[in-house]
Design a protein. Sequence first.
Length: 134
Amino acid sequence: MLLKCSRLTQFEENCTSSNPKLAAAIPFDPKEDDVSEEHDDPEPELSALDDQLRKHIIEAALERGVSKTLCPSEVARAIGGKAEKVWRQYMKPIRANAVEMARAGEIEIRRKGKTVDPDNFKGVYRIGLPLSGT
């Protein structure tokens, strides 16, 4: 559940009234309540980006084979190109999709060569196809 506070909207209103460029970037709706609740859908639909990320993750993992892993940045670079500012923006969405895919058993998330719980890992990780017999 996300909460939106009226202080933020007041801040947006003050900023946008004095800066027309900012006004175009931040939509302000004065009709909003002081605090409104937005509920996340229990099963959100996959966006086109999520589909693209999942496709690249699976393709790269299949290309490597069962015994090998890949760095998530390889997927980011395949989509975003060589410019670091561009491909770095894909790292968090790749991680989120990798976690969902690991939960579904499509891939495994590994740290230091060992499969980790997709809901309980931190830091650097690698992506691999599920190892048979584990």
